[in-house]
Design a protein around this ligand. Structure first.
Ligand code: PLP
Length: 383
């Protein structure tokens, strides 16, 4: 049995979520678009899930467009807005997930002028720089995340929304890592579009949603049978969506514990890591997700540390799950001004619902052993 401390990569499916999904996998066979009784039951389940997902973020059910995950919702937001505008400028945060940076790159190939918003040394967007970028003019869309997947740093999305709207542009917010871990309110954040993903809140993988202000003119990526108010064609992944609805409802009702429980474990581990020789905690001066700790240990490579912990049955990550194993330094840490050698040393521990104080102690003990017994010439990174 491995000790799982990588909840920002994906969180285990909750048994209560699986219970809600099961009838829609095995028992009821209706297509939500069918008019017969099983079809109507499927439609009702779909709309109940939509209401639960909307309620988690204080939105209206009609503002929820279900997608096949967070990546698709990010793509729908960026490409869907830009498709309706002949040309313009798109600003994306420099520390965004590849689910945002990827579509921005694709839009650049189509002629969009894409610029990246810088961050300070703690990983917070530089609002003065954003103001200057907006003042130049021509910006149609801005995309920033609420919480970073690697450092956990929270962005002041409401302040960014005020700047962006003042410049007459639209704002998309990737709230994939924040929703279910801390309160997220669509209206209070002030974004026009917002991305959510079920598996980061103990729901199933491959299900997400774009929350949108209905005044936004959005072009679908997937044309088809008119599902999701014409914005995402294809028969809905009903069991997945029902699971998302249940995960959202549970997250809403248990939000206080979900924020506090991992914070205690994270803080306990952080205190232990600080005692290790050459340890450096990233973004500790910024407001962060309560479950996330990213750090490095001088002279040690992050990927090597991941493998050493893995040998001891402990699952953590060297950065974003999508990039681990690539050997590339974290783009988040390099954007924060860290040398590539330091950025390559990063290790991310992300706690979740099932973790206990003993888990924090176990990983602290393992790190201690690894650091004190490290071979002199193994995978050293200079910093
Ligand atoms: N945005 C952020 C900030 C993420 O951390 C992730 C996943 O790691 C995604 C988007 C992509 O979501 P999904 O895995 O549901 O496609």
């Amino acid at each position: 049995m491995s000790l799982y401390l990588d909840h920002n990569a994906t969180a285990p499916l909750e048994p209560r979520v699986l219970d809600a999904m099961q009838p829609w996998l095995l028992g009821v066979h209706g297509n939500p678009a069918s008019v017969h009784r099983p079809g109507r039951a499927a439609h009702e389940a779909l709309e109940a899930a939509r209401a639960d997902v909307a309620a988690l973020v204080g939105a209206q059910p009609a503002q929820v467009v279900f997608t096949g995950g967070g990546t698709e919702a990010d793509n729908l937001a960026l490409k869907g807005v830009c498709a309706g505008i002949p040309n313009g400028k798109l600003l994306v945060g420099s520390i965004e997930h590849s689910a945002v940076l990827g579509p921005a790159d694709a839009l650049a190939k189509l002629g969009w002028q894409v610029e990246h918003i810088p961050v300070d040394g703690e990983g917070r967007y530089d609002l003065a720089a954003l103001k200057t970028m907006l003042a130049v003019g021509g910006v149609k869309l801005v995309s920033v995340m609420r919480a970073n997947n690697e450092t956990g740093v929270l962005q002041d999305v409401a302040a960014i929304a005020a700047l962006v709207h003042g410049a007459g542009a639209l704002l998309h917010c990737d709230a994939v890592q924040a929703a279910g871990k801390i309160p997220v309110d669509f209206k209070a954040l002030g974004a026009d579009l917002m991305t959510l993903s079920a598996h980061k809140m103990n729901g199933p993988r491959g299900v997400g949603a774009l929350i949108m202000d209905r005044r936004v003119d959005l072009t679908p990526l997937v044309h088809g049978g008119g599902q999701e108010q014409g914005l995402r064609g294809g028969t809905e992944n009903l069991a997945g969506i029902v699971g998302f609805g249940r995960a959202a409802a549970l997250a809403k009702s248990e939000l206080a514990t979900r924020a506090e429980h991992p914070r205690v474990l994270r803080d306990a581990l952080e205190a232990e890591v600080r005692k290790l020789p050459g340890a450096r905690i990233f973004s500790s001066g910024a407001e962060r997700l309560p479950n996330t700790l990213q750090f490095g240990i001088e002279g040690l490579d992050g990927e090597w540390l991941v493998m050493e912990l893995d040998k001891r049955g402990i699952a953590v990550s060297s950065g974003s799950a999508c990039h681990s194993g690539s050997g590339e330094p974290s783009h988040v840490l390099t954007a924060m001004g860290h040398e590539p050698a330091i950025a390559k040393g990063a290790l991310r521990v992300s706690f979740g619902l099932g973790n206990t104080p003993a888990d924090a102690q176990t990983v602290a003990k393992a790190l201690n052993e690894i650091v004190s017994s490290r071979p002199k010439n193994v995978a050293a990174v200079g910093w």
